[in-house]
Design a protein around this ligand. Structure first.
Ligand code: FAD
Length: 317
């Protein structure tokens, strides 16, 4: 059976949900080998968190160069593993780090790369949603190893317990991957809310908030959701740009997206229309976002959201 590499993704030393989504997709194609790239002394602990999903084997590479040389060193290590093990595909999370890795490895291995896929089948055909969601593309890499980045939340992860074998491999990072040194780095400041692109629920506010996100945040917190914003809200300085959803912001695909005071411009839809269920709260019955809604509330967000928050909290207690 052919082998498929996935690049395991970690947060605070633990495998993230997207890692298991990658494993689930990869298992449709072949045996899943999860690559763990870790600083010296941290590989075993990280591998131990890969206890779920259809993972056949775990390849642990520990090297201090991953911290000193960043993406370039990681891509170099993956390239060496590809030449040793000849996997048919490499699946990586479609975040900024994952896409940079994918592009680097594609160049180094002379392979094709597909980014931002929302699905991949057993035949290595990837699905992408493009042009603001107006077209769906099915494509396949025709040269080298199929390198595909998969968007978080698009695949339901198989979380059954697994007992993968662990292989430790020592690699020397090549000199060409050490041409730029990482002098310092800072982990993103995490609040109590989940990361926007990986959250199961996203509650977003737009111009209709008039700059007051208190009701949006309170509703998000009642659901354990991430907070998003339209560009009108971020451009006005009402919410950080890092929370912008849309064509020039982030793409989200949660189980539930709640759009509050957002009209539904094509550029906003581009970032959220693959959400599994969409709730709209808008006081204008003609707002185009209602076309996407599974459930629409016509009303003022400043009265609808507090009532909804109270309702959710009441059911929790
Ligand atoms: C190149 C380009 C890239 C862009 N990229 C993005 C992007 O990434 N993301 C993005 O979002 N936009 C993007 N835009 C901007 C986009 O075109 C829209 O201007 C923007 O999405 C509008 O934001 P909005 O829906 O919050 O505001 P509006 O379009 O002004 O809509 C506000 C809505 O709030 C409703 N409302 C007002 N008050 C209330 C209330 N009290 N209760 C309930 N509803 C209320 C109104 O009825 C209205 O429907 C881009 C534009 C361009 C040209």
């Amino acid at each position: 059976m052919s082998t498929v590499f996935i690049l395991a993704d970690f947060f605070e030393g633990k495998a993230t949900k997207v890692t298991f989504e990658l494993a689930t997709a990869a298992a449709r194609i072949g045996d899943v080998a999860a690559i763990v790239l870790a600083p010296i002394g941290q590989g075993a602990a990280r591998a131990k968190t890969l206890t779920n999903g259809p993972i056949t084997s775990i390849i642990v590479v520990e090297n201090s160069d991953f911290q000193d040389y960043g993406v370039s060193a990681c891509a170099d290590a993956i390239t060496q593993l590809i030449s040793q093990k000849s996997p048919v595909a490499l699946l990586v999370a479609s975040n900024a780090f994952g896409k940079e890795i994918a592009a680097n490895v594609a160049v180094k291995t002379n392979s094709g790369v597909i980014t931002d896929a929302v699905d991949i089948d057993s035949n290595l055909t990837a699905t992408q949603v493009i042009f603001g969601g107006s077209a769906t593309v099915h494509s396949k890499v025709s040269q080298g190893t199929s390198i595909v980045t998969l968007r978080p939340n698009c695949i339901t992860p198989d979380l059954t317990l697994s007992s993968a074998t662990i292989e430790n491999i020592a690699l020397t990072i090549s000199a060409s991957a050490k041409k730029a040194t990482v002098k310092s780095s800072q982990a993103p400041v995490k609040g109590g809310r989940p990361e926007l692109t990986e959250a199961n629920i996203v509650v977003s506010g737009g111009r209709g908030t008039n700059g007051d996100f208190v009701a949006v945040e309170a509703f998000a917190d009642s659901l354990g959701a991430a907070v998003g914003a339209s560009r009108a809200a971020t451009d006005a300085g009402w919410y950080p740009h890092s929370h912008q959803v849309g064509q020039t912001g982030k793409t989200v695909s949660p189980q539930l997206y709640v759009a509050c005071g957002i009209s539904g411009a094509i550029q906003h839809r581009a970032g959220m229309q693959t959400s599994k269920a969409i709730i709209v709260i808008n006081k204008d019955t003609e707002a185009p976002i209602f076309e996407l809604a599974d459930f629409g509330v016509i009303g003022d967000l400043f009265s609808v959201l507090p009532a909804a928050t109270e309702g959710v909290n009441a059911r929790k207690s």
